[in-house]
Design a protein around this ligand. Structure first.
Ligand SMILES: [Zn+2]
Length: 329
C-alpha cells in the first residue's frame, strides 16, 4: 500500500491532466506494443543482435509513457499537439524550432497545446547519447519510449484539438480509431512487413511532416465516422461485449469494419508509417553515435534499480486507474 499522501499526489496530478486533455489514450496498448515489436525487424544486423533478444522488453515497455501520466504532470503534453490552435497548414505562425516557439508563445502555451514533435527530438538526443556511452538500460528504455511518442505523432486525433470528438458530438472516436479498429482487424488483415530502416538526415523535418499528415487526416477521421453514423441505427452502431468479466458498450464489429473500409486502410497505413519511422529513428541515433558495436551488450540485464522502477511505475498506474475507476487496458 502506498501512503495516503502519495496517493493524493497521484490523484491531483491526474486530475490536472484530466482537465487539460482527458481521455487521449494513445494508440491503445495493443497497437503500441505491436508497433514497437515490428519495428525491430527493420533494423540492420548490427542492431538486431541487441534488439531481437530484447524484443519483448521493447514491446511491453512501449506503453510506459502512458503509464507515467498519473505520476508525472508534465507527461501528458508529450503525446500530442493541437496544431489547429496555431492556424492552418502549413502553420507558418508556429516556429518549428523549440527555442523560437518558446520565445513566441511561452512554455505554458506550448505545453497546453502539446509538444510531441519537440519531445521526439529530445528523445532522439537521449538515445544517441545512450548509444555513445553504450548504456544498455538507457538504450532499451529510450528506444521503447521514443517508439511510443513517434507512434502517437502518427495518430490524426493527436494532432487536433477535437481529439475525442468532444466538439462534434463524437465522444469515443479517439479510442475507436486507435484501439478498437486495430484490436479487431490488425491480426487478421494488416500487413506489417515493411522493408528496412533508413537514415533520417533531418529528423525535425521528418517528424513535422508526419505531424502535418496526421493533422490533415483528422478531418477525415471525424467526417467518415459522422457519415457512417447516419447509416447505422444506434443498436447496430454499438454492441455490448464482455471484457474482463464486465459487460461494456463499444462500437460494434460491423460498424468498425465499415469504418475501416471507408478509411481505405488509413489505420493500417499509419501503423506501418509508425513502424518505419521508429526503426529509422533508432537507426539514425545509432549512426549518429558512431555505430557503436552492440555485441558486447547482449548479455547485459536490467539492474535491480531498473526493475524496481518498472515495478513502481506499474503500481502508480494501477493506483491511478483504481482512483478514477477505469479498467486497465
Ligand atoms: Zn501516448
Amino acid at each position: 500500500m502506498l501512503p495516503l499522501k502519495k496517493a493524493i499526489q497521484f490523484f491531483s496530478a491526474f486530475t490536472i491532466f484530466l482537465v487539460l486533455h482527458y481521455s487521449a489514450y494513445c494508440w491503445g496498448f495493443y497497437a503500441h506494443q505491436k508497433i514497437n515489436y515490428f519495428a525491430v525487424f527493420l533494423l540492420p544486423p548490427e542492431m538486431l543482435v541487441l534488439y531481437k533478444p530484447n524484443i519483448s522488453f521493447l514491446s511491453e515497455h512501449a506503453i510506459d509513457p502512458d503509464k507515467r501520466r498519473y505520476a508525472v504532470p508534465d507527461e501528458g503534453a508529450r503525446h500530442y499537439i493541437d496544431i489547429d490552435q496555431y492556424g492552418k497548414h502549413p502553420y507558418d505562425n508556429l516556429p518549428q524550432k523549440w527555442n523560437d516557439a518558446v520565445d513566441k508563445f511561452g512554455v505554458d502555451t506550448l505545453k497546453l497545446h502539446g509538444i510531441v514533435p519537440w519531445h521526439i527530438q529530445t528523445m532522439l538526443y537521449r538515445l544517441t547519447d545512450a548509444f555513445k556511452v553504450k548504456n544498455f538500460s538507457l538504450i532499451m528504455r529510450y528506444s521503447a519510449e521514443i517508439g511510443h511518442y513517434i507512434a502517437d505523432a502518427h495518430v490524426p486525433l493527436h494532432a487536433s484539438s477535437n481529439h475525442n470528438g468532444q466538439f462534434t458530438n463524437q465522444k469515443g472516436i479517439h479510442g475507436f480509431w486507435e484501439s478498437r479498429v486495430p484490436e479487431l482487424l490488425a491480426e487478421k488483415e494488416f500487413n506489417f512487413f515493411i522493408g528496412k530502416a533508413n537514415y533520417i538526415k533531418i529528423p525535425s523535418d521528418f517528424i513535422w511532416m508526419r505531424v502535418f499528415e496526421s493533422a490533415k487526416a483528422a478531418d477525415t477521421v471525424l467526417l467518415y465516422e459522422r457519415d457512417l453514423t447516419l447509416q447505422f441505427a444506434d443498436d447496430k452502431k454499438y454492441a455490448f461485449e464482455k471484457r474482463n468479466g464486465k459487460t461494456i458498450r463499444q462500437y460494434s464489429a460491423a460498424f468498425t469494419i465499415a469504418y475501416n473500409k471507408k478509411l481505405n486502410g488509413m489505420v493500417e497505413r499509419r501503423m506501418r508509417d509508425s513502424i518505419y519511422a521508429i526503426a529509422s529513428f533508432w537507426y539514425t541515433a545509432w549512426v549518429n553515435a558512431g555505430q557503436p558495436d552492440l555485441k558486447g551488450l547482449i548479455n547485459q540485464k536490467f539492474s535491480n534499480t531498473d526493475n524496481q522502477e518498472f515495478k513502481t511505475l506499474n503500481e502508480q498506474w494501477s493506483l491511478g486507474n483504481k482512483m478514477i475507476g477505469r479498467e486497465e487496458q
